[in-house]
Design a protein around this ligand. Sequence first.
Ligand code: NAI
Length: 257
Amino acid sequence: MKLAHKTAILTGAASGIGIAVARRYLQEGASCLLVDLKLNDELQALQQEHPQRVALLQADVTRREDIAAIVSSAVERFGSIDILYNNAAIFDMHPLLDESWDSFDRLFAVNVKGMFFLLQAVARQMVEQGRGGKIINLSSQAGRRGEALVAHYCATKAAVISYTQSAALALAPHGINVNGIAPGVVDTPMWKDVDALFARYEGRQPGDKKRLVGEAVPLGRMGLPEDLTGAALFLASADSDYITAQTLNVDGGNWMS
Ligand code: NAI
C-alpha cells in the first residue's frame, strides 16, 4: 500500500493511461478525484467499487473556473491534495504547411495551458498545506524530437518537459517533487485518431501505422496503458522522494523509426 492515506487528482482519467493509473493508485490505497470531460461508465464503475475513496468531477482543464473547481472539489471531499497526475491531452496532426491557428490553439490550450495552470493551482494548495507533494506531468517521446507531420503536438509535449524542470526547481524548497513521464507508443483510444490521421496523410491503410510502430519498438510491441502504471506509482510514492525535475522515458526502448 504505497499510497495509503494519500489523496490524488488525476485528469484525463476516463480513458487509456489515465484510467489504468487511477486503478493502480486505488489498489495502492489512495483516495482519488477523477477528472474528465465526460464521466463515462468506467469511471462510474470505479466510483461504485470504491465509494469512499473515489470522487468524480466533470471538468475541462482549459477553463479557468474548472481548474479552481478541481482543486476545491479535492479539498472539500478529501481534505488535502498529495498527488497530481496531470495527464489530460489531445492529439492532432497536419502537414506543416497546412497547420492552422485553430489546431495550434486547441492543442496548446489542453496540453500546455491546462496542464500548467492546474499544476500551479494544485501547487498553491500543496504549499499552503506545508507537507510537500508529488506532481507528475505526462509528456511524450514526441516532446523529445520533432516529427514532420506532428509539429504542434510535439511542441506541446516539449513544453511539458521544460515546464516540469522549471516547476521542479521553483517548488523544491516546498518539498514538492515535479517529474514527467514520456511514453513511446501506447495502445489507447488516442491511437484511433493517430492511426487514422497517419493513414490519411501518409497514404497508409488504417492499422498500418500501429503495426509499424509496434514492430519498431525494441521490446517488440506497443505499450499497454498498464505498462505506464509502475512509473506513475513510483513517481507518486515515497520511493521517489529524492528525484525531481526528471522526465522518465517509458517507451520499450525506442519510439517510431
Ligand atoms: P486518451 O485519449 O485515451 O485519454 C485522454 C483523456 O483526456 C480522455 O479521456 C479525454 O476526454 C481527456 N481530455 C481531453 N481533453 C480534456 C480537457 N480539456 N479536460 C479534461 N480532460 C480532457 O489518451 P492516452 O493515450 O491515455 O494519453 C494520456 C497521456 O499520455 C496524454 O497526455 C498523452 O499525450 C500522453 N501520451 C500518450 C501516448 C500514446 O501513444 N497513447 C504516447 C505518448 C504520450
